[in-house]
Design a protein around this ligand. Sequence first.
Ligand code: SF4
Length: 191
Amino acid sequence: MSAQTDAEAQDNDRTTVATVCLGGCSGCHMEFLNIDHGLVDLVEDVDIVASHMIVDEKGVPEADIGIAEGVVTNEENVEVAEALREHCDTVVAWGDCAALRGIMSLRNYQDRDEMLEETFMGEADDESEVPFGDDEGIPKLLEDARPLDEYIDVDVYVPGCPPDADVMKESLEALARGETPEIEGDKLQYD
Ligand code: SF4
């Protein structure tokens, strides 16, 4: 049996993190990239095993920490959220949409079917249809958009639209140390 290399030993020590984008604008993930050079420090402690802007992994792999951005707005989001809860020890809601419903829930004030009709059929010709459901390969839109904890248990909330990059980094570092992040005072933001 070959001896474990230093790099392999370090990999085994790192906290694994998977992030997913539900019904969000990817703004939370963009802000995460604003950690900028801090990402280099972060990956010494954290192994990002899934994250659509960083890693080419389409599924939700097993991870110590699972992070979700966005509301639960369609049937696929429900499946991804449930997989996140099943595969990850700690689940984090990133941003106002996942934590509180946020701006992505404005659609709740309109009737879903009327909204789809208006969006897809307003200027369409007679051949057009509203793409709605599995037959078109498009996830079925739920009646309304809801925050993550209406579908699965959430352990940590990092509010903001988007949350501040430094707060995202600090909260992840705390979780990697096995601590509960303290997000209060100036670190709490709702815009
Ligand atoms: S919280 Fe803001 S930045 Fe994040 S997904 Fe929602 S709208 Fe986008």
